[in-house]
Design a protein around this ligand. Structure first.
Ligand code: GLN
Length: 240
């Protein structure tokens, strides 16, 4: 067992809307509170990516213009490494704009941004309002049904291909497209979601579950009185 969680942040300076980097701070703190190591690396524009050097690959959300800067580069310089990492069971966590880039494409009018095709999904910027608000979903990451609560704000609508599994069922909010009742995607340890908050500060249990999946370990519980209160408040904000 590795005693350190090795995280690689993809495009951290470009893909960090709604303080999504807070997700990394939570992973770090929870490792350190348990006496585990935590290593953080980054890979940005034009930089290579070693599929074997990290346990968890993370990409946050971004505005359309930031995604445009990232999309071609990610497809050109990170696609193969991300596929290799996913194939060996590394965790890939992608939030909102990063989630959209996990799929085949993000179509914005006449422009179509490429994705890395790690999962079978497409995102389309359709007419209609942005999908904004507090959101809660029910998920099961192998440890029973749990609730993830967060905040979503996206113009893109995401549609999963046949046979692709969502991360969860929408309890409140819009989810992938405001129509089919699904939110996010999960294929093995590849997880995409529209939920900011940031995601992990509002759902500390999820930070632990991702760490368990990334390292193939079972973690001892921490005193999560404050974290549980934050989770409860995020759930109530979504009306769940
Ligand atoms: N730019 C994307 C959209 O609007 C993602 C936004 C985000 O990451 N919050 O759909």
């Amino acid at each position: 067992m590795s005693t350190a969680l090795r995280v690689c942040a993809l495009y951290p300076e470009l893909m960090n809307i709604y303080a999504d980097r807070g997700n990394i701070a939570v992973l770090r703190s929870r490792c350190e509170w348990r006496g585990m190591g935590f290593e953080l690396a980054a890979s940005s524009l034009g930089e290579p990516l070693d599929p074997d050097a990290h346990d968890l690959f993370y990409i946050g959300g971004g505005q359309d213009r930031d995604q445009a800067a990232v999309a071609e580069d990610m497809a050109a310089t990170k696609r193969e490494a991300l596929r290799a990492a996913a194939d060996r069971g590394a965790v890939v966590l992608a939030v909102c704009g990063g989630y959209q880039l996990l799929g085949h494409s993000y179509a914005m009018g006449a422009t179509e941004l490429p994705g890395v095709g790690l999962v079978d999904l497409r995102t389309v910027r359709e007419d209609g309002p942005r999908l904004i608000g507090n959101c809660a979903i029910e998920t099961d990451l192998g440890d029973g049904p749990r609730t993830i609560a967060g905040f979503e704000n996206h113009g893109g609508r995401t549609y999963l291909g046949e046979g692709e599994q969502p991360l969860g069922r929408v309890l409140a909010g819009h989810g992938n497209n405001g129509r089919d009742g699904w939110e996010g995607v999960r294929r093995g340890n590849v997880i995409g979601t529209y939920l900011h908050g940031p995601l992990l500060p509002k759902n500390a249990w999820l930070a632990d579950r991702l760490t368990e999946l990334a390292l193939d370990v079972e973690l001892a519980a921490l005193d999560d009185t404050l974290e549980d209160a934050a989770h409860g408040s995020a759930r109530r904000a979504a009306g769940v």
